[in-house]
Design a protein around this ligand. Structure first.
Ligand code: AMP
Ligand code: ZN
Length: 462
């Protein structure tokens, strides 16, 4: 498979690391709020890469971190900035760890709603403090980090000569555009020696929540260092592919690259891959812009969340995509049409290998998913192929597409039936058998048959 490398600015072959597997690290969510569907577009990128590698028979490993401490809401003014989790905890009047665990849970259910494959591990920043402290100690030993006179620990940007290669920034250029300047800082973050240095560890008072003791005093980790610590820990032979949204290119990935390369004395990440932003109402989807959409908003409108998965695949991951309700509805219509057709087409057909391999090839070509779907739509309507063969071919692509094409969607249930199905589930939980039977009969009248199995009730349209 080929993917575009942001640093080299060209599509290159994805290659395994020395360990023999394609080792993938994807920056994960900051768990202080529900993930919006823009975040999910970026997380889907990691899923599509893995499904393509799997289809090609390439082994991979996949790690995604959970940022539950240290991500400040203003990366450039860290002395006045607040930790996103702590700010939310204050707002909800809850313990910050409770906030983090809650939104970590919703992150996983959102991934499941879009059929995004699970990672091999989801290390949390708050549980990786030992790794982070060890890495900082190593950077100090090498001479790439220092303790500022404010007690915080900083990475010395000038200790890494190739700084800026991912985002094509140089330290000189940065100085002009950098919003934070040591001389103009008027007391903020005075501890650092050079404008482009960044905090690896922030000194904090003991009564701040989420702090840990270290040889240099009590504090909490900076955001960039967690990704270096975790990726070096899980993939000591180097990372094959590093993924994230385009906004992470600078400063997050630039800083991470400097830390990891200095610590390992290598070009630690072979390839940097970035997904473009999802826009809504013509603006980047972001909590601060007030234009976010969540999986729950789709469910509320009875739209299968997998419609979004289909819609995201229609555009190339490196182009900005403007989301509209019309486009989501249209994707839902396509999904329902495919499922209905597949359910009605007879079994026993033969997989059209020329189609499955052409589609896999499109995926392997820097995730040209748009062309793959175009071909699939043409194939859907190709009357020269038998229905049975078309069914077999669509189903053979399920592992790659992840659209649950062999299922009618739960959103196909008429709303009154959905309410009855839910009522019957709680009647059964309360062992109210007469009510459960009555609801079963009512559902039959609506054309829905319920079956009771060891896993609870299931339903089918008749
Ligand atoms: P966060 O939880 O804010 O740390 O972001 C998680 C991921 O979502 C990062 O890789 C971001 O780059 C990505 N991201 C944030 N906003 C968008 C957006 N509007 N479209 C696509 N990806 C985004
Ligand atoms: Zn990261």
């Amino acid at each position: 498979m080929k993917l575009y490398d942001t640093k080299q600015q060209l599509a290159i072959e994805v290659l395994p690391s020395e360990s023999g597997t394609v080792d993938i690290y994807c920056c994960g969510p900051t768990v202080y709020r529900f993930a919006h569907v823009g975040n999910l577009r970026t997380f889907l990128l990691g899923d599509l890469v893995r499904r393509t590698l799997r289809a090609e028979g390439t082994a991979y490993r996949y790690i995604q971190n959970i940022t539950d401490v240290g991500h400040l809401n203003d990366d450039m003014h860290i002395d006045v900035a607040e930790d996103k989790i702590l700010a939310q905890a204050k707002l909800e009047n809850k313990d910050p760890f409770e906030i983090a665990r809650f939104y970590e849970g919703t992150f996983h259910s959102d991934l499941a709603a879009l059929n995004i494959l699970a990672a091999d591990a989801y290390p949390k920043a708050s549980e990786s403090i030992g790794l982070i402290v060890d890495l900082i100690a190593q950077l100090i030993y090498i001479g790439a980090a220092y303790q500022g006179n404010d007690g915080s620990l900083y990475f010395s940007a000038r200790s890494y000569k190739d700084y800026g290669a991912i985002s094509r920034n140089s330290l000189d250029q940065l100085r002009a555009g950098y919003r934070f300047d040591a001389e103009q800082s008027q007391g903020q973050e005075q501890g650092k020696r050079f404008h482009a240095d960044w905090a690896l560890w922030k000194a904090a008072s003991e009564n701040r929540a989420m702090t840990w003791p270290t040889p240099w005093g009590v504090g909490f980790p900076g955001w960039h260092i967690e990704c270096s610590a975790m990726s070096i820990h899980y993939f000591p032979n180097g990372v094959s592919l590093h993924l994230g949204g385009i906004d992470l290119r600078f400063p997050h990935h630039e800083n991470e690259r400097a830390q990891s390369n200095v610590a390992t004395n290598s070009e630690f990440v072979r390839q940097w891959v970035h997904g473009e932003h999802l826009l809504f109402d013509g603006k980047k989807m972001a909590k601060s812009a007030g234009n976010v959409l969540h999986v729950a908003d789709l469910i509320e409108r009875k739209i299968d969340p997998l419609s979004l998965r289909l819609l995201f695949m229609e555009s190339h991951y490196r182009t900005q995509m403007n989301l509209t309700w019309e486009s989501i509805e249209a994707a839902h219509t396509t999904l329902k049409r495919w499922r209905k057709k597949i359910a009605s087409w007879p079994g026993g057909g033969r997989v059209d290998q020329s189609i499955t391999s052409a589609i896999t090839t499109f995926f392997g070509d820097d995730l040209n998913t748009g062309s793959a779907l175009l071909l699939l739509r043409k194939f859907e309507k190709d009357e020269s192929i038998s229905d049975a063969d078309r069914r077999a071919t669509f189903l053979a692509l399920e592992d790659l597409l992840g659209l649950e094409l062999n299922q009618m969607s739960p959103t196909e249930l008429p709303s009154e039936a959905l309410a009855l199905v839910q009522a019957r589930a709680s009647a059964r939980e309360n062992r109210n058998w007469p009510l459960s039977d009555q609801l079963r009969d009512q559902l039959l009248e609506l054309g829905v048959r319920v079956n009771d199995g060891p896993e609870g009730q299931t339903w089918e349209l008749i």
